[in-house]
Design a binder for this molecule. Sequence first.
Ligand code: F6R
Length: 263
Amino acid sequence: MDVIICPDDATVGRQAAAKIAQVVAAAGPEPVLGVATGSSPLSAYAALAELVAQGRIDLSKAWVFALDEYVGLPLDHPQSYHQTIRRTVTEPLGLDPARVKVPNGAAADLRQAGIDYEAAIAAAGGVDVQLLGVGSNGHIGFNEPTSSLASRTRLKTLTRQTRLDNQRFFDSLDQVPLHCLTQGLGTIRDARHVVLVAAGQSKAEAVRAIVEGPVTALWPGSVLQLHARATVIVDEAAASRLSLADYYREMLANLPGWQKVVW
Ligand code: F6R
């Protein structure tokens, strides 16, 4: 696992975008990108939009797969992840909407919707690079604590903590859906590269647990320790509980040239 500590969230976003651009450049004409919703990846989307505008990354034929969708919200609800991905990813990056997929949380048969989503990812050739945020309880996607480390796209129940964390997007806690359809930890692990971004003190404990704690379903993001190409990019506040922070800084400062990702 590579850990990159940045002075602020804007730098987190630029580092993540640079890493994604590096993978995309090597992936061929139809790269497959995995994207997340929430606040954490917004700085990365802003930086990616800049790279697109400068012609330094070509996403015109990219396939894009979101991690998750609420169950119980109409797909045209402003806080549905269909609409969130359209506003924060598809439009700013100038993507082809027909190539941007979000799990169908409104499907009558959610089990089948999960199977279909896995099949769509496989048909696109698998995810080249997956961008992730992390919940304050360590979830990635909406794989809440005790999710199977081998899980695939399926229905999950959100924890009260996650619903409280996401209440800011709704008028009240009652309006935050209780269920979601989310890629599994096994699905996420299949991505060829994974980039996790986190900023702020509220993520410090989760970052410590998933980077330096044991691999455990209690901190689902810790499964990334089993991934051969996982990069964790955090700001100083999110890094504040890492015991080996000085080592990560020293490693980054002394990377051999061929390993450097340059913005
Ligand atoms: C969203 C997702 C979640 C979020 C996490 C952090 O698609 O999969 O794992 O990344 O809940 O959310 P923010 O970034 O809003 O703190």
